[in-house]
Design a binder for this molecule. Structure first.
Ligand SMILES: C[S@@+](CC[C@H](N)C(=O)[O-])C[C@H]1O[C@@H](n2cnc3c(N)ncnc32)[C@H](O)[C@@H]1O
Length: 253
């Protein structure tokens, strides 16, 4: 298969880094790709205090790194992911949290929360518009009235303005190279990542849907949310939207 011409849906994509949680943790736990989980959890707790949040569902929790930090701050956190391997590690980071092995597109909520979080581009993995709307509605159904949803997606404007076909990064124990292609008509970014870590090589294909701020507001409103803030960072301290990720704070009225 010629990857750069492929139009595979996200369902068919293999995601090696989510089946090898140790690799994921070594890549991202200590700040890789701008992920400082402790700082992000502190920023989330500041937002949560303004919205009276007590319990949280982390959708696409991965190894439960945000969940672990939030639990240490006193929040109750349940965790949902479609990767069983990720949930095994998430359980260790948050032993008291309920784990739900499920695709958010198919999730039927068993209980409701005062907040749902979905961080590090989980919502960008849905590429089909029907799946995106279903996922946002399922999340809406998981939140009590007055509760909030905090998430991020790939930001269209900087991606297209400063497009780089190849990205090369040093990572703990090796290097990571991404070869990327944009499908403008479908708002998709196809990225093939090659990771060389401690002498082993892994190849992984990811497809992300990218959004403009007004587009994501429209999707949120279609699912019944009201968008309170959009910005470059999960702290929402400014409303700048120039970063690679768009963070959204939405409320269920
Ligand atoms: C980039 S990781 C983010 C993990 C975590 N939120 C973090 O910040 O470290 C994406 C995670 O979302 C999960 N995921 C992607 N699409 C999903 C879907 N449709 N339903 C449930 N989980 C999904 C993957 O299995 C993976 O664990």
């Amino acid at each position: 298969m010629n990857f750069l011409n492929s139009t595979d849906s996200y369902m068919a994509m293999s995601h090696i880094i989510y089946d090898i949680p140790e690799l994921y943790m070594s890549l991202y736990y200590n700040g890789g790709s701008g992920n400082d989980y402790k700082r992000q959890a502190l920023e989330l707790s500041r937002v949560f205090r303004m919205c009276d949040v007590e319990d949280v569902l982390d959708v696409g929790c991965g190894p439960g790194l945000h969940a672990g930090e939030l639990v240490r701050m006193g929040y109750r956190v349940d965790m949902l992911d479609r990767s069983g391997k990720m949930l095994e590690v998430a359980r260790k980071n948050n032993p008291d949290g309920r784990t739900i092995l499920c695709d958010i597109v198919d999730y039927r909520p068993q209980r409701t929360y005062s907040a749902v979080i979905s961080l590090f581009l989980v919502m960008s993995y849905m590429t089909d518009t029907r799946h995106i709307i279903r996922a946002f509605r399922n999340i809406h159904d998981s939140i009590r009235p007055g509760g909030v949803f905090v998430f991020d997606v790939v930001n269209a404007l900087p991606l297209l303005r400063d497009f780089q076909k190849v990205i090369y990064m040093r990572i703990p124990g090796g290097v990571n190279l991404w070869e990327r292609r944009v499908d403008v008509k479908r708002s998709l970014l196809h990225a093939r990542g090659v990771f060389v870590v401690n002498g082993r090589e892994y190849t992984d294909d990811h497809t992300f849907r990218f959004y403009t701020p007004s587009e994501i507001v429209l999707f949120m409103e279609m699912a019944g949310f009201r968008v309170l803030r959009i910005g470059d960072d999960v702290g929402f301290r400014t409303s700048e939207c120039n970063g690679p990720r768009l963070f959204i704070l939405a409320r269920k009225d």
